[in-house]
Design a protein around this ligand. Structure first.
Ligand code: F6R
Length: 603
């Protein structure tokens, strides 16, 4: 959440505005920019709401060869112009943008900043005021004052600082919040996500926690807070810039739903050979195979992908699995098995809740794997092993293709571990064929999107609530279908194990309540039909998504053929489309649902 972009050595305004626009998907409620033309003029502009509001406030002559910009998602203080970044110190020498949360801001204010005049309610202003105070009291240059202040600051941050007494530098610091340094020819760029500035450079330096830096147009010096130099080598990032553009789509969410067949093919090509054997780092397969229990930790949609992963690992790798919400697990570690192995599922690789668990896993010297879509992300760097999801940039806040990629990559690992353990069903599991079926089936389902649009119009246009029901693996998909629908359409939707409804929640079913029933599970298909009759007789409008072999006349979506354990790859597609159309038909901003952020870097 929040986005930062800084530029040194090139007209900065448009690069920053375009970078911030590319970061819009992370969620924000205000934006601001500081520009310095290196000729004695500086401009600070802030606006509440969209970046377009900020653009309207900027006059054409406001330009700079150095600049820092920010989109803010309110944590401390309301979304107002005063609370928007950049913040400045009392003497207006230092300008700071910040992504993250300062935990000890109240203490810092009380201890060091008595009598200082504040203009905002933010934790960030405390830091810039502290830098200013230290520079004044100790007569320090900007970079030294910055490092002195950082020694006192506790919390997560990606900071960009400009000192207008040496305006041709941007000083940076990173701890637990994402930040990349982009290297240009005669200029440098700093951003919270490389995707936002790919039109400027493809060469990046991955910054790590504890790094502070002094960036000019043709140099960068990275050191620790204590001033020890650290080497950070640049590398070329292999991302197609078009992958991050919307093309002809109105919304990224639909583009990303449509991309899922391609993602399945990509995963199949990269993780399976022509003989259907897995191409997984043998060290990872061996480490998981040695474990007596897998713990999958994640949040939100990734957690729901983990619930599907449990079925896959237990079936094909024959290892018991516990799936945990990272935010709960981190503070209530259960009694662990003797040889645990931890898997972190995280699209962004930055989720603070998951990081809390990983930190403790590392303190206990336990093996771990991050499955993520973002190469070089924090959780990827901090875990023992990484497997990439290969889904391509996911921009819409609501996760779609990363969810199906998480399921497919878990299937790959489950098979790899089963092969390592010489389990026959794992060796026989024709994943290459199954992922091909998934790609073809997904294509068929996205091609039928008009039918789903009609369902959304017919059943979801005026409802306040809805239910998803399913049993077995369909229960996991019901939870994800419900999350998708509620987060983008604001229809209160709950996912239920189908039989559980009658133990209380059925009281909420009334005439016209939409209920989406999922049927793939051979063991319970008939029973779920019984649950459908129960809600229908109370007036529910039931939509049925059923596997071909269990489908009946009148079902709304017939799901193409696939292995039961991979059925979520197909079942979720009409559910994603239903959420998309319910939101779009209400005229909502599908890609940026209210109150949500793409990468949740606060606990
Ligand atoms: C919902 C959604 C979120 C994320 C959750 C975890 O569509 O995207 O629920 O799944 O915030 O994020 P990651 O996967 O980045 O750890």
């Amino acid at each position: 959440m929040c986005g930062i972009v800084g530029v040194v050595g090139k007209p900065a305004k448009d690069i920053i505005l375009s970078g911030l626009t590319n970061l819009e998907y992370r969620g924000y409620d205000s934006a601001g920019i500081y520009l310095n033309d290196l000729n004695g003029h500086e401009y600070l502009t802030k606006a509440v709401g969209r970046i377009s509001n900020l653009k309207e406030k900027l006059t054409p002559d406001e330009e700079g060869l150095v600049g820092i910009g920010h989109t803010r998602w309110a944590t401390h203080g309301k979304p107002t112009v005063d609370n928007a970044h950049p913040h400045f110190d009392e003497t207006k020498r230092f300008y700071l943008v910040h992504n993250g949360v300062i935990e000890n801001y109240a203490e810092l204010k009380e201890k060091y900043l008595q009598g200082v005049k504040f203009h905002s309610d933010t934790d960030t202003e405390v830091v810039v005021q502290l830098i200013g105070k230290i520079a004044r009291d100790k007569n320090l240059d900007g970079f030294s004052a910055f490092k002195e202040a950082l020694k006192l600051v506790k919390g997560s941050y990606a900071f960009l600082l400009v000192d207008n007494t040496e305006p041709d530098h941007v000083f940076i610091a990173k701890n637990k919040s994402p930040m990349m340094l982009g290297i240009g020819d005669g200029f440098n760029i700093i951003a919270s996500d490389a995707i936002s500035v790919l039109d400027q450079t493809k060469t990046f330096v991955d910054l790590q926690d504890g790094d502070v830096g002094d960036i000019t147009k043709d140099s960068y010096v990275i050191e620790t807070i204590d001033g020890k130099k650290v080497d950070r080598e640049p590398h070329v990032l292999n991302i197609d810039p078009n992958a991050a553009s919307k093309g002809t789509y109105e919304f990224y969410m639909l583009k990303e739903i449509d991309e899922q067949p391609g993602v399945m093919r990509h995963i199949s090509q990269d993780y399976l050979d022509d003989n259907n054997s897995t191409k997984v780092d043998p060290k990872i397969a061996a480490a998981v195979a040695e474990s007596d229990r897998i713990y999958i930790l994640a949040a939100g949609t990734s957690y729901r992908a983990g619930l599907v992963g449990k079925h896959l690992f237990e079936k094909y790798a024959d290892i018991p699995v516990e799936v945990g919400l990272a935010s709960e697990f981190g503070y209530h570690f259960p009694k662990l098995s003797k040889k645990p192995f931890f898997i972190f599922l995280t699209q962004s690789g930055e989720t603070a809740d998951s990081r809390v668990v990983l930190k403790q896993v590392n303190e206990r010297h336990l093996p771990s794997l991050t499955m993520t879509n973002v190469e070089g992300s924090t959780l990827s760097r901090e875990a023992t092993y990484t497997m990439l999801l290969k889904a391509g940039p996911e921009i819409a806040v609501a996760s779609t293709k990363a969810y199906t990629a998480q399921i497919a990559v878990q299937a790959v690992l489950a098979k790899a571990v089963g092969e390592k353990k010489n389990i026959q069903i794992a060796k026989d599991f024709d994943l290459k064929h199954q992922l091909a079926l998934a790609a073809v089936g997904m294509q068929q389902l996205v091609d039928g999107k008009e039918k789903i649009d009609e369902l959304a119009k017919k059943y979801l246009a005026n409802t306040r609530n809805a239910f998803y029901i399913g049993r077995g693996i369909d229960y996991a998909v019901a939870l994800e279908g419900a999350l998708k629908l509620k987060e983008v359409s604001y229809i209160q939707t709950e996912g239920f194990a189908a039989a559980e409804l009658k133990h209380g929640t059925i009281a909420l079913i009334e005439k016209g309540t939409p209920v989406i029933a999922l049927i793939n599970d051979p063991a319970t298909a008939d029973l779920t039909r019984g649950n459908i009759r129960e809600v229908e007789s109370r007036g529910a409008n039931v939509m049925v998504f059923a596997a071909k072999e269990f489908a009946q006349v009148g079902d709304d979506v017939v799901l193409p053929e696939i292995d039961y354990y991979l059925s979520p790859l197909l079942t979720i597609v009409p559910a994603q489309l239903l959420a998309y159309y319910a939101s779009k038909n209400k005229g909502l901003d599908v890609d940026k649902p209210r109150n949500l952020a793409k990468s949740v870097t606060v606990e």
